[in-house]
Design a protein around this ligand. Structure first.
Ligand SMILES: [Zn+2]
Length: 361
């Protein structure tokens, strides 16, 4: 049980914990080495995010956020960014990013501040008595960073009877309709011989959200594996990689790609022969084309390969996902001879050369 999730009958204890928390906070502002370990709450705290000096908080927060979160200020009613907002999504602490409320907890209170009738479970909000300004109120603060959020009252109109009266400035909002994260992802389609290999390799890289085996670059509509293997459809076996460019760049992806397949053999990878096994990059825009050209010319300038790089650069047109049994083929069929003989050495090389780029490292 989280010590900080204290309900009303325990308010005295709660107040004591909060005082201790603030004492600890001010101590750590002066002495960076100490932490709030003594309070037994380190599990819920990421020191790098919340153990900031006042100077650092000032730098991190806007003036209004600092005034509310760190100086327990109250924004003017009817002025806050989220007062009337009905958008779907999650409200987070502007100090540390902890998720505190969701849109379905929000109701129109006409009081001038965003109001919620409950909080996201898990002891993320601390309640404490507040006798400031000549009033007796219950203050709410973020358990993780100690930031002041607002007050809670027992006059809510919904079944919970509660009204979390919150300053917009203490919150940030992550929209469900427009997740910024998703819109930042990029997609790249590449072929480097048998897609079982390429997919297995890219699944392991940090920043890669998914790698899916399929077919691109041909003319036949809805091709199946047998047709592609005949070499008559024009399609190459490819892997469509969805990645977060803030974690792994396209250049880094291509570096792995060119290290783990042979880009100098035309329509062939080892014993696999045919146009379906060609080395190819299907670029989606001018930027991807330029990056691919730059990486290839750098490899050639540095004479990384004895032979000429024959990787095809073509505009992306269509990706057909391969049949289900091809997805995660290596992961599910490691004992098969092909996996053992052809794929395993590539995976070993991946683990050796790109150890720091792998997930769970
Ligand atoms: Zn916080």
């Amino acid at each position: 049980m989280n010590l900080l999730y204290v309900k009303k009958p325990q308010k005295m204890k709660n107040t004591l914990i909060l005082i201790l928390l603030f004492v600890a906070f001010f101590q750590t502002s002066c002495a960076q080495n100490s932490s709030s370990k003594n309070l037994g709450i380190t599990d819920s705290i990421n020191p790098s995010q919340v153990n900031l000096s006042e100077q650092e908080w000032k730098k991190k927060l806007s003036a209004q956020q600092y005034y509310v979160l760190r100086e327990k200020g109250t924004e003017k009613p009817f002025t806050g960014e989220f007062y009337l907002s009905k958008e779907k999504g999650t409200y987070k602490c502007a100090g540390c990013g902890e998720s505190l409320f969701t849109d379905d907890m929000k109701f129109e209170s006409h009081c001038g501040w965003p109001s919620f009738d409950k909080e996201i479970a898990g002891g993320k909000i601390i309640q404490t008595e507040d006798f400031s300004a000549g009033m007796s109120r219950t203050e709410i603060t973020c358990a993780k960073c100690g930031g002041h959020i607002g007050h809670i009252f027992n006059d809510g109109p919904t079944e919970t009877g509660q009204r979390y009266c919150v300053n917009s400035a203490s919150l940030t909002f992550e929209s469900k309709q427009n997740p910024t994260k998703l819109s930042m992802l990029d997609t790249l389609t590449i072929g480097g011989g048998c897609f079982w290999c390429i997919e297995a390799i890219f699944e392991e890289l940090k920043g890669v959200k998914s790698a899916e085996s399929g077919y691109s670059g041909g003319s036949t509509l809805n091709p199946n594996y047998k047709q592609v293997c005949s070499g008559n459809t024009g399609h190459a076996e490819v892997v469509q990689i969805i990645f977060d460019p803030t974690i792994i760049s396209m250049e880094e992806i291509l570096e792995v790609f060119f290290t783990l397949h042979d880009p100098t053999t035309l329509n062939r990878q080892g014993a696999d022969v045919g146009t379906q096994y060609r080395s190819a990059i299907f670029y989606r825009n001018k930027n991807q084309l330029q990056i691919a050209q730059k990486v290839i010319s750098t490899l050639e300038a540095n004479k990384v390969f004895t032979d000429k790089i024959v990787t095809e650069l073509s505009p992306f047109a269509k990706f057909y996902a391969a049949e289900n049994y091809h997805q995660e083929y290596y992961e599910l069929n490691k004992e098969e001879p092909y996996c053992n003989v052809v794929i395993k050495p590539k995976m070993d090389k991946l683990h050796k050369v790109f150890a720091e780029k792998l997930k769970n490292k």
